[in-house]
Write a protein that binds this ligand. Sequence first.
Ligand SMILES: NC(=O)c1ccc[n+]([C@@H]2O[C@H](COP(=O)([O-])OP(=O)(O)OC[C@H]3O[C@@H](n4cnc5c(N)ncnc54)[C@H](O)[C@@H]3O)[C@@H](O)[C@H]2O)c1
Length: 320
Amino acid sequence: MADLKVAVIGCGGHAQSHFRMIADEPRLHLAGLAELDDERRQKNQAQWQPDEAFADYRQMLDACRPDVVHVITMPGHLLPIVSDCLERGLHTSVEKAPGMNAVETAQMAQAAGHSRGKAMVSFNRRYFPQILAVRQRVQANGGAVHCAATYNKPPTLLGPHAPDPLICDAIHHVDLLRWLAASGPEQAAVATQVHGLVQDGPRDGCHRHNAVVRFDTGTFATMMSHYGVGARVQRAEVHGEDLSVYLDMTQGPQVEGYEKGEALALCDEEIEAVGGAGFNEVVHFTDCILNDRTPWSTLDDAVHTMQLCEAIRSGHQGAL
Ligand SMILES: NC(=O)c1ccc[n+]([C@@H]2O[C@H](COP(=O)([O-])OP(=O)(O)OC[C@H]3O[C@@H](n4cnc5c(N)ncnc54)[C@H](O)[C@@H]3O)[C@@H](O)[C@H]2O)c1
């Protein structure tokens, strides 16, 4: 018997990753799914075998009575659905970007503040075991001096239900900078200063940014995000005293590290200590619900990530 009934709202491309994580988590049972598009609903129902499938998510919530809901629509559709789930007291996982702007994220955070349910934003980079193990090394060594992220892609047009690509998509690495620059195991750093340069390309969907950020932990960071360049490349680096780690997340995390000039590698014990190779955001949210703990990426915390994205996108100069 699973401990919690889960439901999924929005069954497009990225929902497949959530369905896989739910299927791999024995404490969860897939009670329902809701998808407006008939073909997608039927395809996902056949593949993932929920108890029931609906077009109308409210009917699904009434019929399936889930404990947990994963909302995986485009950002422009999130606010009313997430607010509704939280008003019903349901534990709610919100896909990134959490809304079209930081104001919408704050509105969802307010709904979470009044809810019996817990809410988390599915910033999945935070939950990669390799990232967690690297963070532990860096924090045990006194914290990050500097971190950097690169997030490059071909031209990207996300349509009317998404904010621009930096906020909707490169947000992964803006949030990762906050996570790598943190000083404690459960919190992310908060930006206090941003100097951004924006130079969009002549073609649509070619947003280009370079930004320098200072965090409240004292860590400096640089963020480079360019759409309409050679290929999809996602990298990050974090440096401490006598310690450097380079992360390539283009095909899943590859870790290259150095300590006092010597190569370092993560050992199996370090991965086990952060939950093991199978750890992810769904395992974390399930842990938090069953043990009454606060998720690491709450909606309140996500407001800081959204505000930092907006500052970088607007070429903000100075204190934040
Ligand atoms: N974390 C990651 O690595 C990652 C990767 C890709 C996408 N995403 C995010 O996932 C989200 C979804 O992206 P996608 O590519 O799956 O989009 P998508 O358009 O393929 O899927 C969204 C689905 O939601 C459905 N939907 C919308 N409103 C609904 C409602 N009221 N009730 C039921 N269904 C509804 C749509 O019909 C659609 O099928 C986006 O916010 C995107 O930023 C995250």
